[in-house]
Design a protein around this ligand. Structure first.
Ligand code: GDP
Length: 349
């Protein structure tokens, strides 16, 4: 029958001719390793899929890519909405591309499900960068919880490195927990702030400032120049009050205009200096080792819980016990032990 005349209600017809052929983990791995962006995109879709068969493929691809990963400099960028993160990433990204390197831009935005992708979701953002052959841009995965979103981004980072990207920029919004996730998967952490917000440091969680390897006061242009300089001085003074970093690195404070491109090369130099210094003193490798341990633990915590909740009987027991604990009829410790016992009894072969 002519394809076009097929009745739309035919269940076999839905998507006929459009559906992509299933792809094997081997083909995807080879595609990623050869730097094929379409294959990289498809492999990331497997990471983000909830289907067990996709997850298996994703695990195999990650396994195949792991030995080829780890060579990029991983840069985390945070700041409140409107501070200029996208504009900054576009400017820094172009500066890096001008140096003949390849960059991948990822985002972690646990709120993206509600706001339909507030970071990188809007196609008009980073329009210049996304058109460049040596740049790969991937919006935040929509996950149920930060843990899932962060794990997917970390795995995506591994694939991007295996695909030959030299620098990975991971952007996140200044909302607390997501910074910790980004910090735990990157080598260098940049905090973007606004000028004229003298009180801003108080508004930003102290922990985030402590994590920063560089504070950049953005929008240092036009009338913002003087304010930005003043803010820079204030932040620099405030940073003296923080304990010294384990890395031996003294956090830098800079001003820039992402819009006009001023200060961007200077900031890039700071990042490269950090890389050299921490590679020389051994901190770089040490931090990566600790991060790997942290991710093992995070993944284990998540898998454990997932395995538990995937079993309806265990899930019910969990809910029952939770109710009892909340009603103070059972202590949380006793409740946890009962759940563990149930899990082991059920899984004992
Ligand atoms: P994000 O929400 O942090 O990603 O911020 P955007 O990059 O979307 O920028 C928010 C607004 O600030 C936009 O209107 C930008 O054009 C503007 N903006 C970003 N960087 C600069 C800058 O360096 N100077 C000025 N004057 N405006 C900027």
């Amino acid at each position: 029958m002519d394809e076009k005349k097929r009745p739309a209600v035919n269940p076999n017809f839905r998507g006929a001719g459009k559906r992509r052929q299933p792809i094997s983990a081997k083909e995807l791995t080879e595609g990623v390793l050869s730097g094929n962006r379409v294959m990289l995109g498809r492999a990331i879709t497997m990471i983000e899929s909830k289907k067990p068969e996709h997850q298996q493929i994703a695990r195999d691809v990650i396994e195949g890519c792991l030995p080829h990963s780890g060579n990029a400099l991983r840069i985390g960028i945070t700041g409140t909405p409107g501070v200029g993160k996208s504009t900054f990433v576009e400017a820094l990204g172009n500066h890096i591309l001008d140096g003949g390197k390849k960059i991948a831009v990822l985002a972690i935005d646990p709120s993206s499900q509600k706001s339909h992708g507030s970071i990188l979701g809007d196609k008009t953002r980073m329009a210049g960068l996304s058109a460049k052959a040596n740049a790969f841009i991937r919006p935040s995965p929509a996950g149920d919880a930060l843990g899932g979103v962060a794990r997917q981004s970390r795995e995506t980072m591994i694939l991007c490195e295996a695909a030959g990207y030299d620098y990975i920029l991971v952007e996140t919004v200044g909302v607390g927990q997501s910074e910790i996730a980004v910090h735990s998967m990157t080598d260098f952490f940049l905090l973007l702030l606004l000028p004229g917000a003298g009180d801003e440091l108080q508004g930003i969680k102290r922990g985030i400032v402590e994590m920063a390897d560089l504070i950049a006061v953005n929008k240092a242009d036009g009338e913002g120049v003087d304010l930005a300089k003043k803010a820079k001085r204030e932040y620099r003074n405030a940073l003296h009050l923080f304990p010294p970093q384990e890395s031996g690195w003294i956090p830098a404070v800079k001003t820039c205009s992402a819009l006009e491109g001023t200060g961007i090369p200077d900031i890039w130099d700071v990042m490269l200096q950090y890389e050299t210094q921490t590679k020389d003193n051994g901190f770089f490798a040490e931090k990566r080792r600790k991060q790997a341990g942290y991710w093992l633990e995070e993944t284990l915590n998540n898998s454990w819980k997932q395995a538990f909740l995937a079993d309806p009987e265990l899930k019910n027991a969990w809910e029952d016990i939770k109710e009892k604990v909340e009603a103070a009829n059972l202590s949380p410790f006793r409740g946890a032990m009962e759940l563990m016992d149930l899990f082991f009894t059920k899984n004992r072969k």
